[in-house]
Ligand binder design. Structure first.
Ligand code: SAM
Length: 306
């Protein structure tokens, strides 16, 4: 559910900060974020798809917007695809988690708490500005893209992946409902305990704020129109993940109904592997043939004139 149309930009940013601060500790587990070969392969594939290249390029001085716990940029950095990494986010909690993971992975990164619409960097400081699953949280996208343009060097690129499409967002409601419906049977089958939230938990930061953090679900044509308004050229929008997403949302809905520690590891492995298998089906069979609007995730790239 998106934020109320009457919510002010300040309110949306405040809610995003508090929600993601509260979510940071369990974020990687909730979303099955991997910092090994699987995660690396996923982000390299997204980068190639967004830029229309066969092999992932080395990105030089890279700025990530809404970096969260580091899924996108740390997985690129561990493959040697980033020269210098600066990770920003509106949530200090998410960046603290990113720093811990970067230390564990031995990745050098500068973290800066900042919001996308007002970046604390000099003009022409970066070769690439990138992000994953962040644009749909930003209230004023024209202002944010003006900032991306300002801090990029001439010839630099923007790459944003994992943005929800409007159709995909609606489609995801179906497996979410089905997942919740079959959850009691699933819990019984895998001997997982039902998760009962106390009233305090339901009113707490994470649960209470979740419906308010999203501002946009995109139609590709609308997303494609934003970069040129800021001065970018060579704008491209692609789509990815259809069956993988339907499957993934169904799995997550069932799993979120159980006490996490009681979900058997065998099930977790199955859920993860089957999701990856469906991603491969999407890549091989659907993505080359269907229009971007049918997919759940949109990928955007554009270039600042040289
Ligand atoms: C869905 S999470 C994605 C995190 C990470 N990029 C990933 O793919 O796992 C969105 C992130 O954007 C951040 N965010 C939300 N609004 C923002 C804003 N206006 N400026 C910068 N970051 C923002 C949130 O704090 C959160 O970490």
């Amino acid at each position: 559910m998106p934020a109320s149309p009457t919510a002010t930009p300040e309110h949306i940013k405040d809610v995003n900060t508090r929600y993601h601060d509260a979510a940071a500790g369990s974020y990687d587990a909730k979303w099955g974020i991997d910092f090994g070969p699987v995660g690396q392969e996923q982000v390299a594939a997204k980068l190639c798809k967004a830029l229309g290249t066969d092999d992932p390029p080395v990105l030089g001085d890279a700025l990530e917007i809404g970096a969260g716990t580091g899924y996108f940029s740390l997985n690129l950095a561990t493959q040697g695809l980033i020269g210098n990494l600066t990770a920003t986010d509106i949530s200090p909690g998410m960046l603290a988690s990113l720093s811990e993971t970067a230390e564990r992975l031995d990745v050098s990164v500068t973290t800066v708490v900042s919001e996308a619409e007002s970046l604390p960097f000099e003009d022409e400081s970066f070769d690439v500005v990138m992000g994953h699953a962040v644009l749909h949280h930003i209230p004023d996208l024209d202002q944010a893209f003006s900032e991306f343009f300002r801090v990029l060097r001439p010839g630099g690129v923007i790459v944003f992946c994992g943005e929800p499409s409007r159709y995909g967002d609606r489609l995801a409601a179906v497996p979410k409902r089905v997942g919740s419906f079959v959850a009691p049977v699933w819990r019984k089958a895998v001997s997982a305990e039902r998760l009962v939230h106390t009233p305090e938990e339901l009113c707490g930061e994470e649960h209470g704020l979740e419906p308010e953090v999203d501002v946009h679900a995109f139609v590709p044509a609308d997303l494609r129109a934003i970069p040129p308004r800021a001065g970018f050229e060579e704008t491209a929008v692609n789509g990815e993940e259809l069956v993988a997403n339907v499957w993934g949302w169904g799995m997550r809905s069932m799993e979120s109904s159980a006490v996490p520690e009681t979900i058997p590891m065998r099930w977790r492995n199955f859920a993860f592997r089957s999701y990856i298998a469906f991603q491969k089906v999407d890549v091989a069979v659907l993505e080359p043939y269907l229009p971007a609007e049918l997919f759940y995730n949109l990928l955007l790239s554009a270039r600042k004139p040289a």
